[in-house]
Design a protein around this ligand. Structure first.
Ligand code: C2E
Ligand code: CA
Ligand code: CA
Length: 760
């Protein structure tokens, strides 16, 4: 036996060897008994008993081996088992060999024959029973046949050699037989073992596949060739909710909800190749589920279709997550309304649609009035809550073809699609919507049990086939909104073309003028005021000039209102004061300027009311070491009516310092004359619009005359502004005006030019 084979083969060979022990032990023992019986009368009993005892002991030994191995084949190592087998074989052979030499009487042919037949029979049996261990067989055969060969050799003088030779031929023959049988048996065992191994492997891999199938977190579905479900793993059961028992033999349609899914299986069938796609299905509880399917047709080597297999992953959560992200990108977090991005997209679509259809569409720009106040006083959380409620209330009233979005802050936009082919009608509809919307929000909103009333201003623009883009359309609505705010809020206005030009110019100027502060673009000019009778120079008015690199010279009539609409005027006003004072000081030092001449400086309402103004003026007077009596502030009537008491305090303060005041553009404002008595006013400047027509009889002349009489009455100095002709001058002289300012005498001039005039 080769103990070098695989452990299993060696083990199987040992099994083959020991399996035959019972039959060989019993047949051997039977032959022992037969011979004992035959020899009983011819051999002394002691010898027989002794031989029988040896044979019995060997048999017991052999049987014990068999019994032990049957119970536990691993009790000994394979090599040990073989050695025991060798020992028992040799012992068996020996008692048979000894028996022939010493037990059988050589002269009794019958006894001899019985014994020899038994021995040769046993040897030929052993050649097969011990074939798996040729070494044992050899030991057995030699130990029982060698004595026999000696015996045969001595039996006859003539044939001794022949018998001896025949005996060894027999030994050789048995040896070959044993080897051949052993080889075949071993081959058989090798095959059996490898077959058994293959079988075990197959079972193991099948079990593994089963484990995969059952334990996979992916839904796994096996279909037969007609696309009927054959197997369905627990993951598939948990995705779709059906246990395997309920789904067996079902076709795909059982799970599908839409045509896309049906198409998927149709293509899988036709295409005969692997196919992956997203498929929507229905679950057992009626809920929807979206899955990623990857399916493959299964074919054997010859191309015969055996069925299909599908891997299914539930991607509902992922899709939901993706939808959430998309939602966040296009919807406002506070109100859940579409956001700016969404609105632009929608507006773009609508604008390209109106190019083809007859109807107008409209955009309403909605802004909550004074929302900032609410936000500041209630806090942002409640502010947000208010926006939410506002949005919800509007949203609930939306009709088809209406899209409401939040642009940010308290700005909302409403897109009205498909209004009417007629512009006027469309405008009327949009106006109605705006009005309805304003009515809708009149009902108070409730925040923490407190009612809050809201109003909103709306700007509307209409469009049909237009060359504008989305942001221009929104800009138009925004400009219209701007107008609504100007009209006092809580109203709606329509966009008009000239609005945009004005507003654009306004924006450009605002941006540029902001940058001009602190640059060299501003400068001052001075327009002389002279005695209307003697033409003697009595003073001058400072006028601001702005020369912008891009816009060129911009009239103060245009940019001053823009500065006044923001706090920029305070900064610029300060600059004007500083430079005027500086210039005045220069003239004073050059002895060109002296009392009672005054330099008039225009002061805007915002500037005058600025809490720091008095302090600033005082500081500048100190800085330039100027006497306040050289200064006159020009203010307009409008500022006086804003807050008479407050203005009165400021004016009194300056008056007590010695600064004079003149009312600019007198006659164009509110003209409530009572303030003239209360306030420290020194000069009235008659507006140019009255001077223009003062020469001809009429209203303007009447107004000029009455202003002049007020001046006489109250002891005020009168200045006629914008005097351009001698005729005007003569008329004003005749009516008793004091001073003249206008092109007739001089345009506003640079400081150096005025210096020349002053020195003459
Ligand atoms: P205003 O105070 O009424 O200034 C008089 C305006 O009439 C000046 O225009 C002046 O150039 C112009 N004017 C004077 N005489 C004549 C004339 O005979 N014919 C005509 N056609 N016009 C004459 P300007 O300089 O364009 O100033 C316009 C307005 O800008 C001023 O009106 C004033 O309200 C404002 N402004 C100018 N400079 C300042 C400033 O430094 N501060 C403030 N707050 N406003 C200023
Ligand atoms: Ca003025
Ligand atoms: Ca004026």
């Amino acid at each position: 036996m080769q103990s070098t084979g695989s452990p299993q083969i060696v083990n199987d060979q040992l099994d083959g060897l020991f399996k035959l022990y019972p039959i060989s032990i019993s047949s051997t023992y039977l032959l022992v008994l037969v011979n004992c019986y035959a020899l009983w009368s011819v051999v002394p009993t002691v010898h027989i008993v002794l031989w029988l005892s040896v044979a019995t002991v060997v048999s017991i030994y052999r049987y014990s081996l068999f019994a032990i191995r049957t119970r536990n084949s691993t009790r000994l190592s394979p090599e040990r088992w073989l050695i025991h087998n060798d020992v028992t074989s040799a012992l068996s052979g020996m008692y048979w060999g000894y028996g022939l030499l010493y037990l059988v009487p050589p002269d009794s042919i019958a006894h001899m024959l019985i014994f020899v037949i038994a021995v040769t029979g046993l040897v030929s049996g052993a050649s097969s029973s011990l074939s798996l261990s040729p070494r044992s067989f050899l030991l057995y055969m030699i130990s029982c046949l060698m004595p026999m060969s000696i015996l045969l050799y001595g039996m006859s003088d003539d044939y001794g050699w022949l018998l001896f030779g025949l005996c060894y031929f027999y030994i050789y023959f048995m040896w070959q037989t044993c080897l051949t049988i052993g080889e075949n048996a071993r081959l058989g065992i090798v095959q059996t073992v490898s077959l058994r191994q293959q079988k075990e492997e197959l079972i193991a891999s099948g079990r593994l596949l089963d484990l995969h199938f059952m334990g996979s977190p992916l839904g796994l579905i096996d279909w037969d060739e007609d696309l009927k479900i054959k197997r369905w793993n627990p993951a598939a059961a948990s995705i779709f909710g059906y246990p395997e028992s309920e789904i067996l033999n079902q076709k795909p349609d059982f799970l599908l909800t839409d045509n896309a899914g049906r198409d998927y299986f149709k293509i899988l069938r036709q295409g005969k190749q692997a196919l992956a796609n997203t498929v929507n299905s229905r679950k057992r509880d009626g809920g929807a589920v979206s899955c990623e399917w990857a399916s493959t047709p299964l074919e054997d080597g010859s191309g015969t279709l055996l069925g299909y297999t599908s891997f299914v992953t539930d991607i509902s959560k992922r899709l939901e997550h993706e939808q959430q992200i998309t939602h966040q990108a296009f919807y406002d977090a506070v109100t859940d309304l579409p956001n700016r991005r969404y609105f632009y997209e929608r507006l773009r679509q609508e604008m390209s649609r109106v190019q083809r259809g007859p109807n107008h569409s409209a955009v309403l720009f909605i802004d909550l009035d004074h929302f900032k106040n609410i936000n500041d006083s209630l806090g942002h959380a409640l502010g947000d809550e208010l926006l939410k409620q506002f949005a919800m209330r509007l949203q609930n009233r939306l009709r088809q073809h209406e899209v409401l979005a939040r642009l940010g802050g308290d700005e909302f936009v409403l897109l009205l699609e498909e209004l009417d082919p007629d512009l006027d009608k469309s405008q009327a509809i949009a106006g109605q919507v705006a009005k309805a919307l304003q009515t809708l929000i009149q009902e108070p909103f409730v925040l923490e049990n407190n009612p809050y009333t809201l109003t909103c201003s709306i700007g509307i623009t209409l469009f049909d086939k237009t060359d504008f883009n989305e942001s221009e359309i929104l800009k138009q609505a925004d400009l219209a909104l701007y107008r609504s705010k100007h009209r006092g809020r809580n109203c709606y206005s329509f966009f008009e073309q000239e609005m945009s030009e004005q507003a654009l110019r306004h924006l450009i100027l605002l941006n540029n003028v902001r940058e001009a502060i602190g640059s060299e673009e501003f400068s001052l000019v001075f327009q002389p005021q002279v005695d209307i009778h003697t033409a003697e120079l009595k003073g001058a008015e400072t006028l601001l000039r702005w020369n912008n690199s891009e816009l060129g010279r911009v009239s103060p009539a245009e940019f001053i209102p823009i500065l006044e609409s923001s706090t920029l005027i305070v900064e610029v006003g300060h600059w004007v004061l500083d430079h005027s004072f500086e210039q005045l000081k220069e003239w004073q030092l050059a002895a060109l300027w002296h009392e009672p001449m005054r330099l008039a400086i225009n002061i805007s309402p915002r500037q005058l009311l600025d809490p720091d103004f008095i302090e600033q003026v005082t500081a500048l007077l100190n800085k330039h070491e100027l006497s306040p009596s050289l200064i006159e502030f020009e203010i307009t009537e409008n500022v006086l009516v804003q807050d008479v008491e407050k203005v009165g305090v400021i004016l009194d303060k300056f008056a007590s310092m010695g600064i004079s005041f003149s009312i600019d553009d007198f006659g164009t404002g509110y003209s409530s004359l009572s303030y003239l008595k209360q306030l420290p006013i020194d000069v009235l400047k008659i507006d140019k619009s009255f001077i223009d027509h003062c020469t001809s009889e009429g209203n303007d002349q009447v107004i000029v005359r009455s202003i002049l009489s007020i001046c006489t009455e109250l002891g005020l100095t009168s200045v006629a502004e914008g005097v351009e002709t001698e005729e005007q001058q003569k008329k004003l002289q005749a009516m008793g005006c004091d001073l003249l300012q206008g092109y007739l005498y001089s345009r506003p001039v640079r400081a150096d030019e005025l210096s020349i005039m002053l020195s003459n």
